[in-house]
Design a protein around this ligand. Sequence first.
Ligand SMILES: O=C(O)C1=C[C@@H](OP(=O)(O)O)[C@@H](O)[C@H](O)C1
Ligand SMILES: C=C(OP(=O)(O)O)C(=O)O
Length: 442
Amino acid sequence: MSHEAIHTVVNPLPAPLHGSASVPGDKSISHRAVLFAAMAEGTSRLSGVLDSEDVRSSIRAVSQLGAEVSLEKQPDGSLAGGITGWGSRGPKQPDGAIDCGNSGTTARLLMGVLAPWDVQAELAGDESLTRRPMRRITAPLMKMGARFLPEGRETLPLTICGSPRLRAITYDAPMASAQLKTAVLLAGVYADGTTTLNEPAPSRNHTELMLPEFGVTTTAAERTASVTGPARLTACEVRVPGDPSSAAFLVCAAVLKPDSSIQVENVSLNTARIGFTRTLERMGAEVSVRHMGAEGKEPFGLISACYTSNLHGCEVPAEKIAAIVDEVPVLALVAAHARGVTVFREVGELRVKETDRLAAIVEGLEVLGVDAWIDGNDLYVEGQPGLHTPEGALFDSKMDHRLAMTWALAGLCGTAPVQVAHFDSVKISYPRFLSDIERLAR
Ligand SMILES: O=C(O)C1=C[C@@H](OP(=O)(O)O)[C@@H](O)[C@H](O)C1
Ligand SMILES: C=C(OP(=O)(O)O)C(=O)O
């Protein structure tokens, strides 16, 4: 398939960013709310659900598998309403392939959802998703007793053949991945005994926090999580807080655009998600968080940020990467404005996201005239305080939403207009990104 690139011109913001904004619902929590509600007995009430292409992929998938979804668009742009799950009946055999679109989370979590049932479901995806590694999920699920066809295939399309007699396992994950952890735990809910997932560094823990809301006990410590089956999910109410990964773009914009000062409200403050605030602080940026409460076990509150003229480089150690994994591109853009070198240690996982984000960061920073390089799995950025945007800069988002927003920010907070190819990929996680940021700069 060939995609003709549509170039969007992004102009520098006419004024500093000021005031308050709220961001749409958290993507990771929205996926889980939809999938867990579909697995549960009864009707769950969901609100604040992100309306984006990726979450729509999960919604379509659970509908195809027999859950009754009645989520409706709210005046604030979120989705709210009920999902009646398949509960003890299990998912129905789908008619055709399940299209997971661009969403790694949908594809990988669905494997864990389907593994314990007597169904065969083909999971497919777009060009980007069909390049992403799936063995990290199929390997532990096969140990539990699920099968995947064609045998030995490591990418989508794949057909999962579930088994109602899954074995509980203890699994040492080769990488810190919440998608892998979640797939194994979800399968473990229906296996006989305790399933434990140990990880090399702490990944986001939304699954461990949300399963108990659905009546399934989990035990979790820093690098390990367990569930004891067989158990069952029962319907509950989930209110989804704002997405810190979306907030990160507004926060970084405020840090980069002279004289800005903003706050982002009602955003998830889960520590496994707001590592970017600590990285920015270590670069000397003025960023702070204020806890306001909790939705279920998920903390939420305010993130405040101001323009900072004297940013400096820093080193981000390997064990902190999982907490900023989706924010590395935009943090690399901030590092490009800092004095000295910033090093992101062990960021090899970025190679297997929607595109090779490591290579894309180096390529995009080169467009800005900034030196960045990869040594092994480490990313180095040599910052240039007072960086000027070159005339006619053209960035390729590679149809990756995080890159589209990062390079748009180079234009919004820079000194000259830029062009971003396939900017519309922001619809994957943050469709109203541009209007939110432009509203703050009026
Ligand atoms: O579990 C999740 O919701 C996610 C986990 C992360 O992926 P990995 O599990 O591959 O690290 C992250 O990059 C992705 O955006 C969402
Ligand atoms: C990597 C991402 O998502 P997913 O893995 O669900 O495609 C992302 O949102 O940056």
